[in-house]
Write a protein that binds this ligand. Sequence first.
Ligand code: FMN
Length: 184
Amino acid sequence: MPLLAIVYFSISGTTDQLAHAVARGAAGLAEITLCRIVGDDIVSGRFQNERLMETIDRAGAVAFGSPTYMGGAAAQFKAFADASSDRWSQQHWAEKIAGGFTTGACAGGDQLHTLTYFSILAAQHGMLWCGLDIPGGEDPAGRNRLGSQLGLATHLIDGALPQSDLVTAEYLGGRLAKLAGRNG
Ligand SMILES: Cc1cc2nc3c(=O)[nH]c(=O)nc-3n(C[C@H](O)[C@H](O)[C@H](O)COP(=O)(O)O)c2cc1C
């Protein structure tokens, strides 16, 4: 079974909820490791968690997650991404499947920019990007509510994530796991 590493940052728990939904969707199709980036991983401004990096080394697929902060990924996620430059120079993560998820307070809160950043990070590493193959507004179950096919974009309604966003996160997890299995 391939390993799916879910690498994410969350303060108030929304991205954490999405990460767990991605994991649920991959259950039975992949082994799963939830890698939550925490403040203590960042020492004097630099991300230092080699165990997390080694988990990605072993993974067949990686899901990147962060809340959208000021129109982009949170600084804590960016600290992780910057520290991955050691792996980048050897293209150590090339051929792994990668996908992403984010959330924001607004429906159009520039979540696309966060997802675009994740996909560029994946491209820098030579990873293979996996988006969402659900046409926005066309799905009977209401998945991909915001019509974001680059990755999962969500937002809070009355302070909570709609169920359809969690179901979309589960779908993304399943898709990443299946592609990792196919990728061998
Ligand atoms: C510093 C900061 C910047 C934010 N910037 C944005 C933004 O650009 N767009 C948006 O829609 N929401 C923005 N938000 C709202 C968060 O994305 C939202 O509260 C999210 O649910 C937090 O995720 P978490 O619960 O995983 O920590 C911002 C919140 C903070 C604290």
